[in-house]
Design a protein around this ligand. Structure first.
Ligand code: ATP
Length: 615
């Protein structure tokens, strides 16, 4: 195992004795690195049983890689997200929670929306009110119901307790309907995963005991992102048995308040409940001096620029408009790429950037995805390669063929899934998709072929069956070449995912495969070449040599609603900007347009983000 040079403060943390610790540290201070090294050390002792929880699949993949799990003799370690940890428990304990079969995860927001619509329609009184609403208000109403349902689960609350305004009692009824519909589909949503396992631990001492005996060390990365359900899940898992818990986090990077996350769970609750010792790590190993200075100025911090800190560059640009901002970014990119292996950038003493500057070392970040419109157009015009970074999502199919495949596959492995059953009928425009006569009249008569293949699909013939679909597509005269290529790519993706899933699971099952995809736990590494374009939320925990941070006009960053609501919401926007700044290792270019085109076509003048007034 390769050893790295840790700073004295870092190595102190890595070598701490038994007990619970809160490592509160700033961005780029090596929190994840310290956590990894400590886990590595502990694993050298065969009696260590470790649970390491991260917040994103990407972070757990990175942790697994850094731990070189495949080379370890001691395999008593589970690295994953809260959701994957809970899924693994649910897979063997679902009966204790009242399910006859392992429930399926309805991962897509559109699934949740459809269930809410069904819940509304199940009560004639609501249906009348709902149907009378304008389309925009219907969307708003559904979001309100969904957010209420999520809050109940994330806050571990009784639904009644969350009714604050008079006249909101209808939410209780819709909550119950929503849960009943999910259950009748033998399905759960993301929030349920944590909620059910928390309930399992709280109500079943024997199971709680079994799991708390399975680990003697627990680690949580990005602890500022804990919400109530996650924190209490941790607490109930530990019970009286697990005393060695380390949480690493940075309160200034708390940006998921809208999901119920808050730094108080690590800073206050954890410290009190676990009698945890707090250790601060105020160094930065990621960023150049200029980036650290800018981040310190933004947050009024005094993070140390450690001795060997690299040189870099910070620059801010006021563009005349969005097109000018795009031009600025793309011209700068051209300039940097042409410098190639730079020895200096404007100043003589800038060191060489590690290796040659190429597109893969550049990221363009923004508060939301709408700020990239003109930049994307210009990148396309100039043939500059780029890709959009995707978050924690499962696989989405675009072709009708694969949508039909997906729906029917879900129904086959979960016959209770009425939601996708309905979607399948709607897509096929039939009443009964098992009726051959109806299918042959359907526009998509190739569904008959999909049905035959899926009817006999098993874990043993999965790959072969999918390959036979591929052959069918190749020979088919129904599709043009572009459609064939697209279906082929989507099929290949499923085959690759299956290969990975069945390689990693001793007893692969079709249900396990589907749920693993839903959680985004397996994902084919699509070729991501060129410049990375991402929202700040998706880029959290990651870094890039050169960062362009665009759309820093007030109203866009901070977002206008946060300005209206103020308070915690606005301070989370500032944290988000801090996260954005500290993703840059070397060069950080910040820009904003003085004029922005509104969606309805007129132009509005903009001023620089309120967070940048001192810059
Ligand atoms: N002692 C060290 N020597 C050299 N590089 C280090 C050291 N510690 C950390 N790094 C590097 O600094 C960068 C930041 O480390 P890491 O991702 O662990 O920080 P973090 O505190 O988790 O960051 P953030 O919270 O901002 O995502 C990484 O590139 C890491 O390899």
């Amino acid at each position: 195992m390769s050893k790295i040079n840790l700073s004295p403060k870092q190595s102190l943390i890595v070598n701490l004795g038994e007990g619970s610790y809160l490592i509160e540290a700033s961005a780029g201070s090596g929190k994840t690195r310290v956590l990894t090294e400590r886990v590595k050390n502990l694993l050298e002792d065969n009696s260590s049983k470790i649970l390491a929880i991260t917040f994103t699949n990407k972070a757990s993949e990175e942790l697994k890689e850094r731990l070189e799990l495949d080379k370890l003799k001691n395999k008593n370690v589970f690295v994953g997200t809260f959701h994957s940890f809970c899924q693994s428990i649910l897979e063997s304990r679902f009966k204790l929670l009242g399910f006859q079969k392992m429930p399926h995860i309805f991962e897509d927001e559109s699934d949740r929306i459809e269930i809410v619509e069904e819940a509304i329609k199940s009560v004639p009184y609501f249906t009348d009110i709902y149907e009378g609403l304008e389309s925009k208000d219907k969307t708003g109403y559904k979001s309100k119901v969904l957010s209420f349902i999520s809050s109940v689960k994330r806050e571990l609350a009784e639904p009644e307790d969350l009714i604050t305004d008079e006249g909101e009692e209808h939410l209780l009824l819709l909550y119950n309907e929503y849960q009943d519909i999910l259950k009748s589909n033998n399905a759960i949503d993301f929030d349920d995963l944590i909620w059910f396992v928390y309930k399992l631990f709280s109500n079943n001492e024997a199971v709680q005991n079994l799991y708390s005996k399975s680990y003697n060390y627990i680690f949580i990365d990005e602890g500022q992102d804990l919400n109530k359900a996650q924190y209490y899940l941790l607490k109930s898992l530990c019970g009286d048995q697990i005393k060695n818990v380390m949480i690493v986090g940075d309160p200034n990077q708390s940006i998921y308040g809208f999901n119920g996350s808050a730094p108080k769970y690590m800073q206050k609750f954890f410290v009190e409940d676990f009698n945890a010792q707090k250790i601060t790590l105020d160094e930065n190993y990621r960023c150049s001096k200029q980036v650290i200075d800018a981040a310190n100025k933004l947050m009024q911090l005094s993070v140390e620029a450690v001795n060997y800190v690299i040189e870099g560059h910070f620059e801010m640009y006021k563009a005349s408009g969005e097109k000018d901002e795009a031009k600025y970014v793309v011209e700068k990119i051209d300039y940097l790429i042409n410098l190639k292996n730079i020895k200096c950038l404007e100043k003589e003493n800038y060191k060489d950037i590690e290796g040659e500057i190429d597109y893969s070392k550049i990221a363009i970040l923004g508060r939301n995805k709408f700020v990239f419109k003109y930049i994307e157009e210009l990148l396309q015009e100039k043939n500059i390669p780029y890709y959009f970074k995707s978050g924690n999502v499962g696989v989405k199919f675009e072709t009708i063929f694969m949508k039909l495949f997906d729906y029917y596959f879900r129904i086959k492995i979960n016959p209770s899934d009425k939601l996708h059953n309905k979607r399948l009928k709607t897509l096929l425009k039939v009443n009964n998709f098992e009726n051959e006569d109806e299918i042959s009249k359907s526009k998509y008569d190739y569904f008959q072929f999909i049905r035959e293949i899926i009817s006999v699909l098993t874990e043993d013939n999965f790959k072969k069956s999918l390959q036979s679909i591929s052959d069918f597509i190749k020979k088919s005269t129904t599709f043009n070449d572009d459609e064939k290529a697209q279906i082929h790519n989507e099929l290949e993706e499923v085959i690759e995912l299956w290969k990975e899933y069945s390689f990693n699971n001793l007893k692969p099952t079709l249900t396990g495969f589907k749920n693993t995809i839903s959680l985004g736990l397996i994902k084919r590494d699509l070729k991501q070449e060129g410049i990375c374009i991402s929202t700040v939320h998706t880029m959290k925990g990651q870094e890039s040599e050169i960062v362009f941070l665009v759309g820093l006009d007030d109203g866009t960053f901070p977002y206008y609603l946060a300005i209206q609501n103020g308070g915690e919401e606005l301070s989370q926007e500032k944290n988000n900007l801090y996260v954005a700044f500290t993703r840059a290792k070397r060069f950080l270019y910040v820009s904003y347009p003085s004029v922005r085109m509104m969606p309805w076509g007129d132009y509005k003048s903009r001023i620089k983000s309120r967070f940048l007034t001192d810059f």
